[in-house]
Write a protein that binds this ligand. Sequence first.
Ligand code: GLU
Length: 428
Amino acid sequence: MIRVRFAPSPTGSLHVGGARTALFNWLFVQHARAAGEAAAFILRIEDTDRERSTDAFTKVILDGMTWLGLTWDEGPLFQGANGDRHRADARRLLDAGKAYEDGGAIRFRVPAEEVAWDDAVHGPISFHGKDVEDFVILRADGTPVYNFAVVSDDIAMRITHVFRGDDHISNTPKQILLYRAFGAPVPVFGHVPMILGADGKKLSKRHGATAVADYQHEGILPQAMANFLALLGWNPGGDRELFFDVRDMIAAFTFEGVLKKASVFDPKKLEWMNAEHLRSLGAERVAGLIGDALAGVEPARAVELVAAVLPRARTTLDVAHRTRLRAGLDPVVLEEKAAAFIAADPAGYRAALRDVVELLAGAPDWTPAPLEAALRALAERRGVKVGAVMQPVRVALIGALVSEPVNELLAVVGRELALERLRAAAEG
Ligand code: GLU
């Protein structure tokens, strides 16, 4: 039976790198299951660093995984609860002469032998024991060091595959030597490459938001985040990038497709991917997601508002903002560029809007096609380009220079509110 684990230390939030490691483990298990194999995903919280580990971080990690849909089959198990086993295991090595006491601590006697493994990502890797110093496994106070606790736990939990960040490659020879010392089967190791910022440096706070929760709060969809994380370091083959159905991602995922080279985190790409996921959901489901923002708005009207903004929206927050503005729940606040547009010719802006108000006040049919025809006719009469009529209307209605076509904008805002905003802007 396949058994994999994700083993975060609760000394910080769930970051992009950790989330991706969790996702790859999860995808591996789900892929195996879909192929009819028994497989389990175990969540182990490595809280042996008592000073830096907190319950709050544990909660953030569990919440982040739950949000991403990364359900675990066993756990959360807490490494800190296994102290007795860690000490008993150290004692076994001591008794077998494979470890020795050194002052207060217990050290592992590193044998002078070759350590090689076929990494699921990097291929064959080898080290030699003679290059590895005897290392501490149990401190004087009876607490285990990372390499020892991990191996003791992975053996006890019958872990068959260890997939983690490649910052752990140098730990793996030590761990393999410990497996050998215990006479335990060595799992498959796979080390996933780092995630870099746009400047080629290891991704960190300097590059902006790196915690999964930040993206959740910014209105990124969990399925888009998972899709984006999967593509950081995994090549599904061909040009395919979008997986709207997670089952397709599960079917396509293998460690053969995981790249050896570090990948670059591009927040713009995440935003693009999120927009694609939003559109794939359709207006009705997105309206359901932003329900609170449109509380009190009739359901059919909410769907109409969402449908109007969906082609240009990037996040659920963006959808909420744009729909509330069009529904009159939020007032018009001029964006910088729109303010500059007015400032370039305030008199011309107001004059154009006065004409539009006069024209549209008596419009018999407030739907996109006749509204468009009326505005075009007005531009012709005034001897100006169509844009010279459309753009002031857009600015007056939503305070921005970019949106859906103005006739559609007028239609979705509705006669009453549109005329109110146009009049207010015309009167300046
Ligand atoms: N707690 C370790 C970490 O967060 C786990 C490493 C491992 O998967 O072995 O880096």
